[in-house]
Design a binder for this molecule. Sequence first.
Ligand code: NAD
Ligand code: MG
Length: 393
Amino acid sequence: MRTITVLGATGSIGQNTIDVICRHPDKFRVFAITGHTNLNALVQLALQCSPRYIVLSDPQAYTAFAKILKKENCHSEILVGAQALDDVCCAPEVDTVMSAIVGAAGLLPTLAAVRTGKRVLLANKESLVMSGELFMNAVREHKAELVPIDSEHNAIFQCLPHDFEYGNLEKSGITKILLTGSGGPFRTLADESFDSITPDQACDHPTWTMGRKISVDSATMMNKGLEFIEAKWLFGLHEDDIEVVLHPQSTIHSMVQYVDGSIIAQLGNPDMRTSIAYGLSFPDRITSGVEAVDFSSLTDFSFSKPDQNRYPNLYLAIEACKQGQAATTAINAANEVAVDAFLKGQIKFTDIAKVNQHVLQKTDFIELTCIVQVLEHDAEARILAQQIVRKLN
Ligand code: NAD
Ligand code: MG
């Protein structure tokens, strides 16, 4: 029996996680769920999985939330605030933490889970992008078990040999990691239409259903850039080991290429419950609610290279990856500010890359040796990004 805390339970990944967990009451129990907004969804989830604790990140929501819980006759205990987020990750009863808060807000609770040696199911790619080496050092030091949930990295994890040694591609005869991406909703949009893209258009992803921030990141392909950095740290890769391949159907979720010419791919329908189920049950397999691919219904199966002019954010993120930790922390922060401003209608879709590029150019290449420095650097990059947003607005 695994006992699980689900960070960001009200989100797309969080709700899919509860869905998979509830399919296997003999294997999993929920210790805590956490949510930031959308209190009604939090109540519904609590009724579905009966957690011992529910954590609200906003203490002001306590009274209203307690009233709804009472009315629904739900007996979970309510905790509030940042410390409570850490506490439900570190509790000795918990062996597995799903890290599914969006953005930099996920870093500290995820690290708390890592530092108490839990199995960490990592959906929150931003925490690894922000703190890569420090994060991976903490994983090793505290013997945490890190299982990637991002579909591409989960695919790579499945395609690597079981005895893969971190960073040692040569030993396993690996020549390349092929990171696939759909190219998002604007892969074939005329160049002159990019300035008038609306938030709802950007969030209407052709193959995946996701939260709004990652949907915009997928449309700009910053998501693939963040995943490039994520892959580097998860598997100990060099930038030259990774190639991004456009694959609009999202059937192949990524591939590993071997020295003998073999390429091993992981395929499946675009539904995150496959990765989530594998993370929960690894090394075993359990049902996830996802149907297998029906090959007779695949009418198209295509691949191409991502165009630099169409997807400047992808290339900015790769550049940041080559520059190092200060650059990836800064571009992640800039991107969060820019995407938020775009979703609020303050800047244009094409301004996101302008904000990211400007912040990257202004970043000092300092060494970040502890998490406090990472957070300070993140905060500075946000201030700079907000200044640019105000100018563009
Ligand atoms: P979402 O927006 O649907 O949900 C985000 C969750 O985080 C919600 O529960 C929200 O309440 C919580 N949250 C937001 N701000 C918070 C804060 N300041 N403090 C505490 N909690 C906060 O997002 P999502 O699509 O589920 O994505 C979650 C993470 O998983 C992201 O890092 C994303 O990149 C990653 N991911 C998502 C998918 C997907 O298919 N949705 C795929 C791969 C990776
Ligand atoms: Mg992904």
